[in-house]
Design a protein around this ligand. Structure first.
Ligand SMILES: C[S@@+](CC[C@H](N)C(=O)[O-])C[C@H]1O[C@@H](n2cnc3c(N)ncnc32)[C@H](O)[C@@H]1O
Length: 265
């Protein structure tokens, strides 16, 4: 079954449910995508359309599984590394570098490529740090916690980092790479929904929320940005994706000249 009949009301109900739960804004242009994703989940859960829609209303985990199919979890190592490099250099030049534990939050970390990218750069400089990496999707967090990746996801990783912090797979893991334990020990993964969960106030030296607000409408992006503002310490950093913008948004972050997508509190 490749397609299903979805009434206007069913589409609108789903659109509302996805929006309220995740902030993801599905417009009419997404109807065909939505239908194919429902058909896929119906096959997996072995339910008819009516049964599946009822199930979706009553099972929180299925809602997240469903939302998972509507977003892309696409990520890779050293993606848009300019803002990360800037943050790492700032921490490295910090007057309390030797005694301070830098706290970083990767909100919407997907499969972990982003937090591990930060971790290897901080580790190489002997900086003390801890990273909380969160996402709405438990399946991406399972992958992140394993720390095993197809080698092509690491093609942007500079050789010295690759040699020092990753292990080449052998046997059934040929073509894969594993993040070493000394890096994994600095990163903890947790579920966190940017729409419905509340962060810790004034806690992080840097918060990254990259390539997720593209799915949100402007009012939702503004709410999320201000929510994350509250979790950054004064003088801390806030990074968004290169194709995202805080323009036309009411927020108190200051932009950093010459470093696109990076802000300071
Ligand atoms: C394209 S990935 C971005 C990964 C990484 N930040 C990067 O830039 O490579 C977007 C991630 O946002 C997550 N996401 C979507 N809605 C979310 C929400 N409401 N709360 C938390 N994470 C969400 C998705 O599950 C997905 O893993």
């Amino acid at each position: 079954m490749n397609s299903i009949d979805l009434s206007k009301k069913q589409f609108n109900d789903l659109k509302t449910m996805v929006y309220v739960t995740s902030g993801i804004n599905l417009h009419e242009g997404k109807l065909e995508l939505l239908k194919s994703k429902i058909a896929k989940r119906m096959r997996i859960t072995k339910k008819s359309l009516d049964h599946y829609l009822t199930y979706l209303q009553t099972d929180e985990r299925e809602v997240v599984e469903f939302i998972d199919t509507m977003t892309t979890n696409h990520s890779f190592f050293f993606r848009e590394n300019k803002s990360i490099e800037f943050i790492v250099n700032q921490f490295n030049g910090h007057p309390q570098k030797k005694t301070k534990l830098f706290k970083i939050w990767c909100a919407a970390c997907s499969t972990g490529d982003e937090p591990y990218t930060i971790a290897v750069q901080l580790k190489a400089l002997g900086i003390s740090f801890s990273i909380l990496a969160t996402d709405i999707s438990h399946s991406v967090l399972t992958t992140a916690t394993r720390g095993i990746y197809r080698a092509d996801k690491l093609k942007n990783v500079p050789q010295p980092f690759l040699h020092r912090f990753f292990q080449k797979g052998s046997g059934k893991f040929v073509g894969h790479v594993k993040v070493k334990k000394e890096i994994m020990a600095h990163v903890s993964f947790q579920e966190f929904n940017l729409i419905t969960d509340r962060p810790v106030f004034y806690h992080y030296d840097a918060v990254l929320c990259r390539n997720v607000m593209i799915y949100f409408d402007p009012p939702t992006s503004e709410i999320v940005t201000n929510k994350l503002y509250s979790s950054v310490v004064p003088g801390g950093y806030f990074a968004i994706g290169n194709s995202e913008s805080l323009m036309n948004m009411n927020h108190r972050f200051k932009s950093i000249p010459k470093v696109p997508s990076l802000y300071i509190k």
